[in-house]
Design a protein around this ligand. Structure first.
Ligand SMILES: CC[C@H](C(=O)O)C(=O)SCCNC(=O)CCNC(=O)[C@H](O)C(C)(C)COP(=O)(O)OP(=O)(O)OC[C@H]1O[C@@H](n2cnc3c(N)ncnc32)[C@H](O)[C@@H]1OP(=O)(O)O
Ligand SMILES: [Co+2]
Length: 134
């Protein structure tokens, strides 16, 4: 069911500083910031050739990453995103297997303009999992 690794996400307290770290200190190619108010984050993508790192900063009052950043004030690994070719089929199979699909369970449009879903970290080795249909 899951395919390629689409991105690994790191939540950060300061997206500009984190972008400078990756661009200037690590010499990586970093995209322009993308505000995603419907997701409560602003993101950039670090292009790595074989996959991406998503750097994300809280946006707005009810950001879903606010409490993560309270617990991890310097930032930290936040989620991992796997590609699937049929997100609704994946959702039904996961639900049938007892996994918790977060939110209302309906795919939302992610930063790449593709449908995404999130799976509860407690069901997947303490790791928040994002699925993106490609
Ligand atoms: C889609 C746009 C973009 C893209 O790539 O295209 C993005 O990726 S946007 C990313 C931001 N959006 C989300 O993360 C949506 C899904 N996340 C959530 O719904 C919440 O963050 C949730 C439910 C995972 C956690 O919410 P919250 O932190 O408020 O709940 P708790 O504090 O009660 O946490 C419950 C329990 O889970 C542990 N936890 C929380 N976040 C993570 C995490 N990122 N990785 C691992 N574990 C996590 C938390 O520590 C609690 O555990 P406990 O042992 O009970 O303390
Ligand atoms: Co993501």
């Amino acid at each position: 069911m899951i395919g390629r690794l689409n991105h690994v996400a790191i939540a950060v307290p300061d997206l500009q500083a984190a972008t400078a770290q990756y661009r200037d200190t690590l010499g990586a190619s970093v995209s322009q910031p993308q505000a995603l108010p419907e997701h409560g984050v602003t993101v950039v993508f670090v292009e790595l050739g074989n996959t991406k790192v998503e750097l994300l900063e809280a946006l707005g009052e009810n950001s879903p990453i606010a409490s993560f950043l309270e617990k991890n004030p310097a930032g930290g690994m936040h989620h991992i995103c796997y590609e699937v070719d049929d997100i609704l089929a994946a959702r039904e199979r996961l639900k049938a297997g007892g996994a918790r699909v977060l939110g209302d369970g309906e795919p939302k449009t992610g930063a790449h303009g593709k449908p995404v879903l999130f799976l509860h970290p407690k069901d997947f080795c303490g790791t928040l999992v994002e699925l993106e249909q490609v």
